[in-house]
Design a protein around this ligand. Structure first.
Ligand SMILES: Cc1ncc(COP(=O)(O)O)c(C=O)c1O
Length: 411
C-alpha cells in the first residue's frame, strides 16, 4: 500500500512482519522530523537503514573467510530484515525452532537451514526434515543423536549434517556467556563424533559459540584450537562452525575497528580449518549483522525529580534482553524546535532509572541520557537492531512491539 511515497507494510501470508513503513527519506534526522510527532506522545519506533544491512552482510562475505556465512535469525527475524540480508548475499540461516524455520522458508523457500538448537523434540526434528527438508542439525548429547537418527528416517543418511557442539570456556568479557548453556566437554565431543562417523555417511563437524557481544579474540582462538585438536583426535571432521558473537559498537563506546577485528578472527579460523583438515567452515553472526542498522526512538512522557524518566517503551518490549543481560543502554536525546529536532548536548550525560509504560513494578531499567532530558523529548538508542523489539517483545499489558520504519542512506 502506498501513500505519498510512503509504503505501508502489511502483514500478509507471504511475508509476515512487524507493522512497518518504508520511507523514501535518506537520513535519520529527515525521518525523525517527518515521522516523530512529539505532541502526540506516540509510540516508540525502530528506524532501520536498509543499506547498512546489505553493507554489513557484504563485509562478512568479503572478509576472506574460508567457508560460508549464516545469519542467526534469533537476533532479528523480521521478514524485511531477512530480505535485506538475503539481498546482501546470505542464503543460509541458523534457527532454533520450527516457527523460525517457517519464517525463513516463507521468505526464501530454497534457503539452507541449520537447526542448531541442541535440545529439540522428536516432533520438531521430524517436521523440520520431512516438511522443510532440513538436513543440518546440532547435538550436544547422546540422547539428541538418538533422537535425530530416529526421527529423520526418510532422509538418506548421506545427506545428514550433524554438528557436535563444544562447550566454550567461561567468558566474562562477553555480554552473554554461553558456557553453562551450550556444549559438551572436549572428551564427550570426541566420543560423539566417533560414534557419528560410524553411523552416518553424511557430514560430521564441530561447532562452538564463544559468547555474544564478544570482543575477546583470545576466546575465539582457544575455541578454534580446541576444535582443531578434536578433529586430529578423531581422524578429521567435515566442517567447523565458529558460531557468532561478533561485537557491535554500542553508543558511546569508542569505534571498535570491526573490519580489523573480523580480519583477525578470519585469519585464526582459516588456520584452524587447515589444521583440522576440514572441508568447510561456517560462521553464524546475528547481532553483528543487524544491530548497527537500526536506531530506536522513544518519546519521554515524563520526568520525576532528578533521576527518574518515564518512557514510552518497556522491558516487556524493546528492553527484555537488555534487562536480562544487565546491559545499560545509553541514549542520545532530541528536542523539537521550530525547524525540527535538535540534539541535547550528548556529552553532559547522567544516570537515570527509566520506568516503562506498563503497570508492572519490575518495568524499569538503568540507563544513561543527557542530563537535561525532560517530557516531550525523544530518546534515541543507536545500534538497537538486535535482540530488541523484533525478537524479544511481549504483548504484556496490551502493548505491542514498536513499529519499524525502513529508509536508505546514500552510499
Ligand atoms: C547457535 C548460535 N549461533 C549464533 C548465534 C548468534 O550470536 P550473536 O548474535 O552473538 O552473533 C547464537 C546466539 O544465541 C546461537 O545460539
Amino acid at each position: 500500500m502506498k501513500h505519498e511515497g510512503i509504503e505501508i507494510l502489511t502483514d500478509d501470508a507471504h511475508c509476515p512482519m512487524l507493522p512497518g513503513i518504508v520511507h523514501p527519506g535518506k537520513d535519520l534526522l529527515t525521518i525523525m522530523n517527518q515521522m516523530v510527532d512529539t505532541r502526540a506522545h506516540q509510540n516508540p519506533m525502530y528506524l532501520c537503514d536498509e543499506s547498512n544491512l546489505v553493507k554489513r552482510v557484504q563485509l562478512f562475505l568479503r572478509s576472506g573467510f574460508s567457508g560460508e556465512v549464516a545469519y542467526a535469525v534469533k537476533a532479528n527475524p523480521n521478514a524485511r530484515v531477512l530480505r535485506m540480508i538475503h539481498r546482501g548475499g546470505i542464503n543460509r540461516f541458523d534457527v532454533a525452532s520450527l516457527p523460525e524455520i517457517e519464517t525463513v522458508v516463507r521468505v526464501y523457500p530454497d534457503a539452507h537451514i541449520m537447526f542448531n538448537n541442541p535440545w529439540k523434540t522428536p516432533h520438531e526434528i521430524a517436521q523440520a526434515s520431512e516438511i522443510h527438508g532440513v538436513t543440518h542439525f546440532t547435538v550436544q548429547t547422546e540422547l539428541e543423536i538418538r533422537k535425530i537418527l530416529g526421527h529423520t528416517k526418510a532422509l538418506p543418511r548421506s545427506l545428514l549434517e550433524i554438528a557436535v557442539r563444544l562447550q566454550a570456556p567461561r567468558n566474562q568479557k562477553a555480554l552473554v556467556d554461553f558456557h553453562d548453556h551450550f556444549g559438551a566437554p572436549k572428551e564427550a565431543v570426541i566420543e560423539m563424533i566417533r560414534r557419528l562417523k560410524k553411523e552416518i555417511e553424511g557430514k560430521v563437524g564441530i561447532s562452538v559459540h564463544a559468547g555474544s557481544q564478544n570482543s575477546d579474540i583470545k576466546s575465539y582462538q582457544t575455541a578454534l584450537e580446541t576444535m582443531a585438536d578434536i578433529s586430529k583426535a578423531v581422524g578429521g571432521v567435515d566442517f567447523l562452525n565458529i558460531g557468532g558473537g561478533f561485537p557491535v559498537e554500542y553508543y558511546p563506546n569508542p569505534p571498535l575497528g570491526f573490519g580489523a577485528f573480523l580480519r583477525n578472527i578470519v585469519t585464526i579460523a582459516n588456520r584452524a580449518k587447515e589444521r583440522a583438515r576440514a572441508d568447510t567452515m561456517y560462521m553464524e553472526p546475528g547481532r553483528s549483522i543487524v544491530a548497527e542498522s537500526t536506531c530506536l526512538v522513544i518519546p519521554v512522557v515524563g520526568r520525576t525529580g532528578n533521576d527518574l524518566l518515564h518512557i514510552r517503551d518497556s522491558v516487556y518490549q524493546s528492553f527484555f534482553s537488555a534487562r536480562l543481560h544487565r546491559f545499560e543502554p545509553c541514549f542520545r536525546a532530541f528536542r523539537k524546535g521550530k525547524h525540527g529536532f535538535n540534539e541535547l548536548p550528548p556529552d553532559k550525560r547522567k544516570k537515570f532509572v527509566a520506568r516503562g509504560r506498563t503497570c508492572d513494578a519490575a518495568d524499569f531499567l538503568e540507563v544513561q541520557a543527557p542530563e537535561g532530558t525532560r517530557e516531550g523529548d525523544v530518546l534515541l538508542l543507536p545500534s538497537a537492531g538486535a535482540y530488541s523489539g523484533a525478537s524479544c517483545s511481549t504483548t504484556f499489558n496490551g502493548f505491542t512491539a514498536p513499529q519499524w520504519i525502513y529508509y536508505n542512506t546514500p552510499s
